[in-house]
Ligand binder design. Structure first.
Ligand SMILES: [Zn+2]
Length: 73
């Protein structure tokens, strides 16, 4: 099961639909549970988990907390 997030363009309500990927591939028509409109757009899916590598592992420099003499001016 994958959770797909949608935004209804008619009533501007966000909702989620859980379905199999096979159903989604078959063109499962999502419907807004609030106004039953099919005028919806995808907002996200739980498969879309991109882990951004934001860990900066700076190379050892002499400007750290244990800087030696003659470093950093
Ligand atoms: Zn709606």
């Amino acid at each position: 099961m994958v959770t797909y997030g949608y935004l209804c363009l008619d009533c501007e309500q966000e909702f989620e639909i859980r379905m199999e990927m096979a159903d989604y591939a078959k063109g499962f028509p999502p419907q807004c549970p609030h106004c039953h409109s099919e005028h919806v757009v995808r907002t996200f899916s739980s498969f879309n988990v991109l882990t951004s590598q934001s860990s900066r592992s700076a190379p050892q420099s002499c400007c750290g907390p244990s800087r030696g003499p003659g470093c950093c001016g």
